[in-house]
Design a protein around this ligand. Sequence first.
Ligand code: ADP
Ligand code: MG
Length: 258
Amino acid sequence: MNRDVGSGSARQDGFPREEVVRLDRVTKEYPGGVAALRGVDLTIERGELVAIVGPSGSGKSTLLHIAGTLDRPSAGSVAIAGHDVAALSDRALSALRARHIGFVFQSFHLVPGISARDNVAEGLLYRGMSRARRRREAAAALERVGLGDRMGHRPHELSGGQKQRVAIARAVVGEPDLLLADEPTGALDSASGQAVLELLHDLGADGATIAVITHDTEIARQLPRQVRIRDGLVVEDTGRGAGVRGAGVRGTMAGGLL
Ligand code: ADP
Ligand code: MG
């Protein structure tokens, strides 16, 4: 594991900080001249659970896509686990993303017509595992999100909250270094949304590093660190490192970095 990434300063528990994501002066201009991000500095450390909040159109999804290497910035730099994204080919970037980053979207993005278990197994497609092993791991991930009794159900046979839990299982089955969620509760009723939030909390308590976009201030308040975006800028950040839960808990989901 690359222990040299990050500032090298020690946390109170004596472990060095590790920067899972670091954005420096990131801007993003879309064709047509929209400046979606106008110079964002943001660092997320291993084990943090961070809420990203802000009004519609403020640049939250753009920020998440760039932090997740789905998109490249117009200017500024992005590093994932200490590796400068600009130095990587598209192919190398895809490999990094598949191995190290999990995504959850508001609209679930499940594959219709296949079981919950096969949907989760898709999260391991690029890991060079046998299908049997992928299905075994998928079953364990579904147990972990409380859906052990729905493995054979197809997406249309599941409630919204259950679909999102399948999507989360798919995102974490490969134990990524970073989980990025874009309004994961946005399409859910409040009870299902709360269950999804509690699941993210549990994953965070187990050491996962999570950034979750939400426009629900009630939800954001429950998370240890809040980053507020407005007009493409970070206008408030309750503190780097503040989102690390349970000092001394090492990231159990953190495999070897790169
Ligand atoms: P949020 O997620 O906070 O609602 P977005 O990041 O989706 O905001 O969008 C930020 C701004 O960038 C908005 O003005 C939006 O219209 C614009 N935008 C987002 N995606 C694109 C795109 N693919 N092409 C052009 N403009 C875009
Ligand atoms: Mg958005």
